[in-house]
Design a protein around this ligand. Structure first.
Ligand code: KG4
Ligand code: ZN
Length: 334
């Protein structure tokens, strides 16, 4: 039996979780509202907010789990990739906490953690994925198709050559002046729109790679032209525009993901990362599962965006392997 405290602070969410083996006991997330007025994450402000949040977030996670710091066996933390100032808060906290308790430290890669979120147990009935499995990892910073042979043996099958999917959605929202982060807003507005109202071309990229910068540019140019004729074009057609750009991005993701899963003959597929919260992507991957008789894993909402529970499960598998981190290690941004 192991009791692990996990800490995530790579971007703008301060989170702490407690796991007993694979079982999640608590997962506390403090999101930072301060960035909304700037239309994006301001690194310096994120770092400061982490400093304010980290102690109460860890304290709440321990209390909700019903455990004391002295009962912990290890502290897992996100080492990277992420924003340096944000990572430093979580890394420094994890180091001093582990040092004061005399327990080992476990470093976790943020992207691996997103993928491994499918192995978190919230109840006894849950059956996690089996290997080999394929995962579409889509967040604000990454878009990757990964083939998992085991928990830490992840083969990169395809990735974006420019913007990440979440970044493209957020930029489309910014062009329409919808607010930040744009992903959830576009998802909500798209529900009342016609996804076939407008067509935006997707680029021809070889293999299983993606490119999103062209989609964003064609969206921008299309709107610029229409706004010249009709200044309130966006306002009048907001729902249709959201539904159409969402369909374009999600359709592109799913087309490549389907091709990759067919080629590698996997029977278990998953989506992970912030964009896996998107309702069209969730529905689309479920449909692919029905079509191909795949077992599909879609994360519950609290595990889509950044959270410490996923850091805890990745930490647990490293704990089993005895992979502990040196107290002198530094975070990495990429
Ligand atoms: O994984 P995440 O929380 O942070 C990174 O590691 O990047 O992902 C954040 C991204 C943002 O781009 C956000 O707009 C997007 O996930 N996102 C969504 C939805 N919820 C969050 N995109 C589309 N639909 C959503 N419902
Ligand atoms: Zn993330």
């Amino acid at each position: 039996m192991s009791l692990i405290l996990a800490i995530e602070s790579s971007c703008d969410d301060t989170s702490a979780a407690v796991l007993r083996d694979e079982r999640l006991l608590s997962n506390v997330i403090a999101s930072q509202k301060v960035h909304e007025q700037y239309g994006g994450v301001v690194p310096e402000l994120a770092s400061r907010a982490h400093q304010q949040n980290i102690v109460p977030v860890v304290d709440t996670a321990l209390k909700r789990a019903g455990v004391k710091a002295n009962d912990l066996d290890a502290v897992a933390f996100t080492r990277g990739p992420g924003l340096l100032g944000s990572l430093l808060v979580g890394v420094s906290f994890a180091k001093s906490f582990a040092l004061s308790l005399g327990i080992p430290l476990i470093e976790v890669n943020h992207l691996q953690a997103h993928v491994l979120s499918h192995f978190i147990r919230q109840d006894d009935e849950y059956e996690p994925p089996e290997f080999p499995m394929m995962c579409l990892l889509v967040s604000g910073g990454h878009t990757q198709i990964l083939l998992l042979h085991s928990h830490f043996d992840m083969e990169l099958i395809g990735q974006t050559i420019d913007d990440a999917a979440g970044e493209a959605i957020d930029k489309a929202a910014k062009i329409m002046d919808l607010g930040y982060p744009g992903g959830p807003i576009i998802d909500r507005l798209a529900k009342d729109g016609n996804p076939d109202a407008y067509q935006f071309a997707t680029p021809n990229i070889a293999g299983f790679d993606f490119s999103f910068s062209g989609i964003k540019t064609s969206f921008l140019y299309y709107l610029r032209d229409r706004l010249k004729e009709e200044p309130d074009f966006i306002e009048k057609n907001k729902a249709d525009l959201c539904a159409s750009i969402q369909k374009c991005i999600v359709g592109f993701l799913l087309k490549k993901f389907e091709k990759a899963a067919v080629k590698y003959r996997v029977r278990q597929v998953a989506i992970a990362g912030g964009v896996s919260a998107n309702s069209a992507l969730r529905a689309g991957v479920a449909q692919l599962g029905v079509k191909h008789h795949w077992k599909v894993f879609v994360p519950t909402m609290q595990f889509c965006t950044d959270n410490a529970a996923m850091v805890g499960i990745a930490g647990y598998y490293k704990y089993l392997r005895g992979e502990f981190a040196d107290i002198a290690l530094a975070p990495y941004t990429r």
